[in-house]
Design a protein around this ligand. Structure first.
Ligand code: BV8
Length: 249
């Protein structure tokens, strides 16, 4: 089967080969080729009529906890059936080539860790973790009753996914680590994100401002030839393996 290739600008490959500190920000587009719909894709099937920005909020959970719990249960099912794709695998391999590497993700699917990435900064939490809505502590075991959402075994409050909803603070340590990486890296990759949601969306600009080379990987990105801003407009599952081949083979 012919390997789908992508033309990587030679000077970009050279920059990556000699980079000291690489930071990467990923969004839903990196998991699209694993079969997980992005936020911009219409939510499929049962959920087509809901807007994620409406459901991923504390208000929606308080108004209709069952609906929000069921939406996440559906997404957890999708994630459980998904496997890392060549984009996740290339990003795990990149970590082995670069002296200092920070992988920052907006995704909550845990696929970067499944692909072997070690230093992963989860800005928006992880759908596989569950926490108490009242005590805000992670809960690992609870009695499966007819209650939906299930109840916290400590206080009886409703359980919720351990993800950051709109209007909620990001985990302090994760945000600080991401901003520190953006401020000190010499290359910053923004991969598979529409760059709308703050404060993640500001990270590439922080990197550009301090003189890092910024590379946008997105089928919708405008191609741009560098030298400090590159647009590689193709799917991450094709572009990233081609980038690693160009730099190290
Ligand atoms: C906060 C977890 C403050 C839950 C998510 C400043 C200005 C304006 C608004 C704000 C602001 N500051 C804060 C806000 C409000 C809000 C916000 O940003 N709103 C937006 C809508 C304007 N931000 C917040 O509320 C944040 N909290 O700031 O708190 C605060 C301070 C003090 C006290 C209290 C509060 C919290 C934001 C986190 C929300 N949680 N996720 C869950 O998953 O259910 S956000 C969620 O949506 C994702 O995590 C992600 O961040 C975002 C979706 O974006 P993408 O990942 O980019 O996905 P998208 O579908 O949009 O795009 C996919 C891209 O991939 C596309 O470009 C496509 O072309 C591309 N693509 C497709 N296929 C491929 C591909 N690319 C490569 N390869 C492919 N194959």
């Amino acid at each position: 089967m012919s390997e789908t290739t992508f033309d990587i600008p030679p000077n970009l490959a050279k920059k990556l080969r000699t980079a000291r500190h690489v930071a990467v920000l990923t969004g839903a587009g990196v998991s699209a080729e694993s079969g997980i719909p992005t936020f911009r894709d219409a939510q499929t099937g049962l959920w087509a009529k809901y807007d994620p920005q409406e459901l991923a909020t504390p208000q929606a959970f308080q108004q209709n906890p069952r609906l929000v719990w069921d939406w996440y249960a559906w997404r957890r099912e999708l994630v459980a059936r998904a496997a890392p794709n060549p984009a996740h695998i290339a990003l795990a391999e990149l970590e082995r080539h670069v002296p200092q590497y920070t992988l920052i993700t907006q995704n909550v699917d845990g696929l970067h860790q499944q692909a072997g990435s070690r230093n992963v900064v989860e800005l928006h939490g992880n759908i596989a973790r569950t926490k108490c809505f009242v005590e805000d502590v992670v809960v690992e075991h609870w009695d499966e009753t007819s209650d939906i959402p299930p109840r916290c075994p400590h206080c009886g409050g409703p359980l919720r996914p351990d993800v950051v909803w709109f209007g909620e603070r990001l985990p302090e340590a994760a945000l600080l680590a991401a901003q520190d990486a953006a401020r000190h890296c010499d290359m910053f990759f923004s991969i598979g994100t529409s760059g709308v949601v703050e404060p993640a969306a500001s990270l590439p600009f922080m990197a550009l401002k301090q003189g890092a080379t910024v590379v946008i990987v997105n089928p919708e990105s405008k191609p741009s030839p560098g030298p400090t801003l590159y647009g590689l407009n193709g799917p991450a599952g094709t572009v990233l393996p081609a980038l690693l081949r160009a730099a190290w083979q």
